[in-house]
Design a protein around this ligand. Structure first.
Ligand code: ZN
Length: 105
C-alpha cells in the first residue's frame, strides 16, 4: 500500500489555524493518521529545566496535524495537488501529480 504522504514532502495546509502555510513533513504518524510538519501547528510549551531541557522557559513545538488537512505540493508544477497512483513497468508504485502527472516520489 503506497502512502499518500511521505517524510520530506512539501505540503500545504488546507484547513485549520495554519491554513495556507507550507512546510516539510518531518514525521508521518501512520497509526494516528497525522503528520508532523515543520513550522505548522506550533504550540508554546512551558518547560522546566532538567527535563531534557537545558533551560527553563517557553519553547515552540510542532504538534501533529491530520493528514486530511494537508496536501502535497508537486515539485514539478509547484501546485498543491491530489495524489494519483501509477504502477510503473517494473511493478513499483509511484505517486503522481493530478495536474502535470509529474512524479512526487
Ligand atoms: Zn504537478
Amino acid at each position: 500500500m503506497a502512502a499518500r504522504l511521505k517524510r520530506d514532502d512539501e505540503v500545504l495546509v488546507i484547513a485549520g489555524r495554519d491554513r495556507g502555510k507550507r512546510g516539510k513533513i518531518q514525521r508521518v504518524l501512520v497509526d494516528k493518521g497525522s503528520v508532523l510538519v515543520e513550522g505548522v501547528n506550533m504550540v508554546k510549551r512551558h518547560v522546566k529545566a532538567g527535563q531534557g531541557a537545558r533551560q527553563a522557559g517557553i519553547i515552540d513545538k510542532e504538534m501533529p496535524i491530520g493528514m486530511s488537512k494537508v496536501m502535497p505540493v508537486c515539485p514539478s508544477c509547484d501546485k498543491p495537488t491530489r495524489v494519483a497512483f501509477k504502477t510503473l513497468d517494473d511493478g513499483t508504485k509511484t505517486r503522481v501529480c493530478k495536474h502535470c502527472e509529474g512524479m512526487l516520489s
